[in-house]
Write a protein that binds this ligand. Structure first.
Ligand SMILES: *Cc1c(COP(=O)(O)O)cnc(C)c1O
Length: 301
């Protein structure tokens, strides 16, 4: 199904060279999932990959999913529909705001049918009652949960580790729902440490969410993993000048574009940890560029 899209898989790995890394005797690499496809990139592609194959094998040609108005997952699902010939329905949290933001403008242009629901109703989106209502309203569809986060999504994210042709001591990712991190934990070697940088101000919640994902997937023993909670900048999509300056400097120095919701926070946090000698000299680190660059347009960067 994906043959015609010319996806850049396995995604390339770029080494980052910089004085700080040299001084601390660390090696840092970035896995460029942002380069998989201009429209269908990052962990949102990884999460959709097996879900779309599953939808097709069930001969369901409509995808229905959920998200906020700036959601990378909504954008990726709409792009997948456009590129692969699925009809798509997006259940969007909150009221319609006109003109449409760039995320929903793309989605609409690619044929996604947008259905706005109140924040209160949106909270019920996983309930049997709410889903029964959707089944009444729309023809048969393949349901993908918010953020794409289900067991097939974890399988797709675990696939990141099977593309690696070298051993890394540490693999880093940004965490929203935690399912990308859970997938990496499932896929990684036993002697690898996975670090997840929470982009939410959620304290213990992220660890719980990841454990839930692991339990559902019967992970009995896993590699070492840790959630880093110090670099959320106040919570979801919150930023400040320090973060924006870091992203701009990183782009200038390494020609790699980050965004402030996920990858910017992860790499900011990682560099702060490096300055504070969090890592043993000689450590080989891989950070996953989980994409999300469509979201930049909301920040005017
Ligand atoms: C959605 C997203 C994440 C978070 O993934 P989760 O599996 O929800 O933790 C990280 N980075 C980017 C760019 C994303 O779009």
């Amino acid at each position: 199904m994906y043959e015609l899209l010319n996806l850049q898989l396995p995604s390339p790995v770029t080494q980052i060279h910089d004085d700080l890394l040299e001084q601390k005797n660390l090696q840092l690499f970035i896995k460029r999932d942002d380069l998989i496809h201009p429209l269908l990139q990052g962990n949102k592609f990884r999460k959709l990959k097996y879900n779309l194959l599953n939808a097709r094998s069930q001969q369901l040609d409509t995808l229905l999913t959920f998200g906020g108005a700036y959601s990378n997952h909504i954008h990726a699902t709409a792009a997948a529909g456009h590129l692969l010939g699925f009809k798509t329905i997006g259940i969007i949290r909150g009221e319609e705001t006109l003109p449409l933001n760039p995320t929903l403008e793309d989605a609409t242009r690619w044929g996604m049918k947008i259905d706005y629901v109140s924040r209160a109703d949106y909270r019920e989106k996983d309930s049997p009652h709410f889903i029964a209502q959707l089944k009444n309203k729309y023809e048969a569809f393949y349901l993908i949960p918010e953020g794409g986060s289900n067991t097939l999504a974890l399988k797709g994210c675990a696939g990141i580790t099977s593309e690696l042709d070298s051993n890394y001591d540490v693999i880093c990712t940004a965490c929203g729902t935690g399912s990308t991190m859970a997938g990496l934990i499932l896929g990684a070697n036993e002697n690898c440490t996975i670090l997840g940088y929470s982009i939410l101000n959620s304290q213990g919640h992220m660890k719980k969410a990841i454990n839930q994902h692991l339990d559902i997937n019967n992970a009995d023993h896993t590699c070492h993993w840790e959630v880093i909670t110090d670099y959320h900048f106040g919570g979801y999509a919150k930023t400040d000048n320090q973060l924006i300056n870091f992203i701009n400097r990183f782009q200038k120095q390494h020609q790699i574009q980050l965004e402030p919701v996920y990858t910017g926070k992860m790499l900011y946090g990682l560099f702060e940890q490096i300055k504070k000698n969090y890592f043993e000299p000689g450590t080989k680190i891989l950070a996953i560029h989980t994409g999300g660059l469509q979201g930049l347009r909301g920040f005017g960067l």
